[in-house]
Design a protein around this ligand. Sequence first.
Ligand code: TPP
Length: 566
Amino acid sequence: MAKTVTAATALLGRLKAIGVDYVFANSGTDFPPIIEGLAEAAAGGIAVPQAIAVPHEHAAMGMAHGYYLATGRPQAVIAHTNVGLANCAIGAINAHVEHVPILLFSGRTPTVEQGRFGARTVPIGWGQEMRDQTALVREATKWDYELRFPEQAPAIVDRAYAIATSSPRGPVYVSLPREVLCEPCPADGLDQAPSMTAAVVEPGRAAIARLAALIAAARNPVIFAQHGAGDEAGFAALSRLAADWAIPVCQYWALQLAIPTDHAMAAGDDPAPLLARADLILCLDTLAPWSPGAHGPAPGCVVAHMGQDPLSIRSPVRNFRADLAVACDLGPGLVALAAALAGHAARDAGSIAARRQRIAAENGAARRRVLERAAPDAQAGLTKAQVGLVLSRALEGRQASVLSELGCPLAPMRLDHPRAWYQEPHAGGLGWSFPAALGMQLADRARLVVATLGDGSYMFANPVACHQIAEALELPVLLLVLNNAGWGAVRHSVLGLYPKGHAARANRMPLTDLSPSPDFTKVAAASRAWAAHVENAADLRARLDEALAHVARRAGPALLDIRIRD
Ligand SMILES: Cc1ncc(C[n+]2csc(CCOP(=O)(O)OP(=O)(O)O)c2C)c(N)n1
């Protein structure tokens, strides 16, 4: 008779075989077959991913997100039935909007009340029943399925992985009924290569040629970038083509770095002056390249988009002009574009040189103003920009990744490589940066990973759970909590809509105050992290250097609770 294992064991073994390193899991009564499966695999010599107990599902999703950003390889999250899945929902929303593939699983309360192995045993078996459990995350996933038969497990894993990693990428969800996980599945072939490959869209020759011709003919081309430049090669290609063709690159609400912040063509984060004069705009993977209520391209301006989902097909409403939409990954797309542009002689080399000089002078002056504004002021309290500038200087010469979630702004920082900068997803599901930093650090233990985040974002991250993970997995991330004892972003949003309203005139704005602020150093210390307060500009650099020295010793995480104004 052919050898069998349980469906749970087969699922875990298959995950490992197709390249999943970690299962971030938060277990429950649906987990006996999974936990037994891990033990069965160990006893039977079946390789499985490393299973990590994560004390909150939101953290598990954030870790998978961060791990993918660092490696380009999706990981698995397994949660407890509908309740665990509900806690995964924000992570799924964040990942879906950012095209981050994650293999999300959760148990399904046993279908039957008796008469089958794995049937319901305790009241939650009834309490966790739902008519449509998948509805909790369906809108935030590309594809979903409920495992019906045990022998489907390996093939479903292959299909889930291939779909998640196909363009446009994103999370997928599979629900796992307990009885099915307990049933036998053939063990043969679990270690075979994947049976299905991802469908990835390559840059089309004709579209790239047309884009290159448009750029070569434009008088004032402008590039908007929000998700970096794809990969190392794309990053280098963008820097080169922006310099060669004198094209300013605007990084408005940028989640990743597309061009070094001090590159002569790095045009900061304000779209307005660039939109006013552009006759050609290339949007690189931009969900919302500017704010149409505030400004937009001039009449007659041609707008092109490039990215794995250039029209953002999941958005019901998104009406940015698109004269050309090039579907491809940014890295290969930018390399192809640079090559196509190399075939174009500049229409008028003299005018391009003059344009280059003008743009470089404008960008240089703008950057000097940003740096002046961010210069620490010993009298007034610290600002986020000031912390960013000091952090940037402290990081000079180190290969660091900085995450920002309502944390330090990009503008005053000097960052120059494609893995230098990660901002919170455009979906804005807060509590992202702490666990994402943990995932990045897990993927690359030698790297310096710094998360800068608001005090609100820190609390959204379930910090006790995240510190537990950092200690348990020995992940020496550095956290800078920018503490204004409130939700500044919400306050600013009220002021934006009602600048002279009642709330603006009142001394305290309702629903934005988080005072008294907890002592976050004690939260960190509860898991034996190094932690200190920073009250003013004078102390910041010294404390930062101490914290950096601590994480450099790989002695565990460090946290600075930094008092900021506003
Ligand atoms: C899960 C979630 N809940 C609520 C919000 C709405 N929200 C956006 S910004 C913000 C405040 C964040 O506070 P903090 O991290 O301290 O940064 P600050 O606004 O003070 O700069 C809130 C509550 C959100 N984006 N996500």
